[in-house]
Design a binder for this molecule. Sequence first.
Ligand code: FAD
Length: 287
Amino acid sequence: MDPSSQKIKELEVMVAEVIEETPETTTLVLFTGNDTLNYKPGHFLTISPHQFPGLQRWVSYLEDIKGKKEPGRAYSLASSPDEKYLAITVKEERYISNNTPYPPLLSPILAKRTRAGSRMVITGFTGPYTMPDEWQTKFEEIVHVCAGSGIVPSFSIIKHDLRMNESLKHTLVYSSKVAEDVIFFNQLAELERIFPDRFRVINTLTRESGADKRFRSGRITRELLSEVITNPENTAVFACGPDHNIWQKRAAKESGATLPPSFLGSVLTGLDEIGVDKKRIKKESYG
Ligand SMILES: Cc1cc2nc3c(=O)[nH]c(=O)nc-3n(C[C@H](O)[C@H](O)[C@H](O)COP(=O)(O)OP(=O)(O)OC[C@H]3O[C@@H](n4cnc5c(N)ncnc54)[C@H](O)[C@@H]3O)c2cc1C
């Protein structure tokens, strides 16, 4: 079946494996029984916080003070459709005093308190961050510009395309705070080793600079984008990472404050300046 024609459905899954990727990030490998899994690389699933008995008091309290029902949280698939199991990779969000509006609800449970054998209900699969079929023939190269857990959908897209198709090249420009935060470091290095002519990774660290030649230091700048995208006419881009959310924009508008540029905002400005047409950019914001 064409995955885009598939109806969204609920599935009960069992956590088959819990993999600590970085100190803040955990992959949950999900066993779905005999259900057919029709999804595209780049799709996400959602998980409702209402189903976890340990969260019930928190959910009720947050719904009271926010004045609305807590929605399901979206998680991109870290697995790809050619793999046997589903997987998601969750970063534990933190509560920062005087900064975070409410304590994060679901990610701490998924990233730090979920054990193999636990069960949960997921809803999937959907999302616009997928590769259009025509990109296979229209472009020579796909550049992925990601930050933090924004790597997850691109990881699925990259490994699936490298394994299942033969032509496209992929370059990943990946921003993390420090080296130990780099998600999928070994898996990405292994893909580079297996597909040396089709895949390369440029890791950048915003809060660490040192002698380690595997990493560049600093943010992803316009200069770095133009170094990587030498032929904007022949390149399509996936960009995924933090952006200002609707509440931050609303609060800034009300107080008259100017928000500092977000990761996604800066990347899109940089891509525009070096001549990458908006129609050739797929973007996803986790803010
Ligand atoms: C398409 C998509 C894919 C994603 N994929 C991943 C992934 O692969 N890995 C990952 O770690 N994360 C991913 N996320 C982020 C994830 O959905 C959660 O937002 C994150 O895990 C934090 O959830 P939480 O319940 O811990 O935090 P919470 O802060 O409790 O929940 C975050 C939710 O609160 C909402 N919110 C924020 N501020 C306010 C406010 N002031 N008032 C009311 N509501 C507010 C946000 O819109 C968001 O829906 C993705 C997000 C999207 C949209």
